[in-house]
Design a protein around this ligand. Structure first.
Ligand code: NAG
Length: 243
């Protein structure tokens, strides 16, 4: 049978890509008021992440009385045609009954309920970015990315959770995921990247100071993905990937 490079290129482009999870990084905020937190701030540093699409660095947080968490995080993107760095910031809730009229948000639309909000912005990779998620009214939450160096604010999105959903509860995890995992890829081919999941903060009255736990690797590449973790002044720094 005659085969050619272009044949393989076409087949490769048709191969489905999967999302694979590699690392979990826990955090805690103690002394949560009875109604939950009314805001949470997650710092991120992706200073040492390649400017390539594939990784999603996300923090997960949950609400009083509901099991389904929400997510917020950053995804590196290729630099634009002028060499300006582009980063994607996301906010999502897959809780059934989540609604949004925000122009940054769309129905989750991959067979899941809920909404996914996202925005591309240009900003230096070596700045810390804080994503603030704040209750604005009732069960409506608003996500804003803040450049910790310049103070520049970028609207990420907003959504309304089902009536009766409480405030944010005090412990959950950050995750490193790779959404361009192709069939046949090996763990040694996972690109190398580094992220700091910063210690979360809140302005909610009465809540204690946040802390981060020890990150760990999991999943199909457990022990063979080049996973390393250490504490920095900002939080938990994780490196993963060998390629
Ligand atoms: C939501 O945050 C954006 C900035 O991200 C701000 O402009 C807007 O006023 C906020 N909305 C509410 C209802 O607080």
């Amino acid at each position: 049978m005659k085969t050619s490079a272009s044949f393989f290129a076409v087949v490769a482009s048709l191969m489905p890509t999967l999302t694979m999870g590699f690392v979990s990084a826990p955090w805690v905020i103690p002394n949560i008021p009875k109604n939950g937190l009314q805001d949470i701030i997650f710092p991120f540093s992706i200073a040492d992440a390649p400017h390539k699409e594939g990784f999603y660095f996300r923090q997960q947080f949950a609400f009083n009385g509901r099991a389904e968490p929400a997510y917020t995080g950053l995804q590196p993107r290729p630099d634009d045609a002028n060499g300006k760095p582009i980063i994607n910031a996301a906010l999502a809730s897959f809780m059934p009954g989540t609604t949004s009229a925000d122009s940054n948000c769309l129905p989750a639309n991959d067979g899941r309920p809920g909404v996914r909000c996202s925005v591309d912005f240009s900003g230096p990779y070596d700045h810390v970015y804080n994503i603030e998620v704040r209750n604005t009214k009732g069960t409506t939450w608003n996500g804003t990315l803040v450049d910790a160096v310049t103070g520049q604010r970028v609207h990420v999105g907003s959504f309304t959770l089902p009536a009766g959903t409480g405030g944010i509860v005090g412990a959950r995890d950050g995750f490193i995921e790779y959404f361009k995992w192709a069939d046949g890829m090996t763990c040694a081919e996972l690109p190398k990247t580094t992220i700091v999941f910063g210690t979360p903060k809140t302005m909610t009255h009465g809540a204690g100071a946040g802390s981060v736990g020890t990150a760990f690797d999991y999943g199909d590449c457990l022990g063979v993905s080049g996973f390393k973790e250490q504490k920095t002044a900002l939080g938990t720094q994780v490196t993963v990937g060998l390629a």
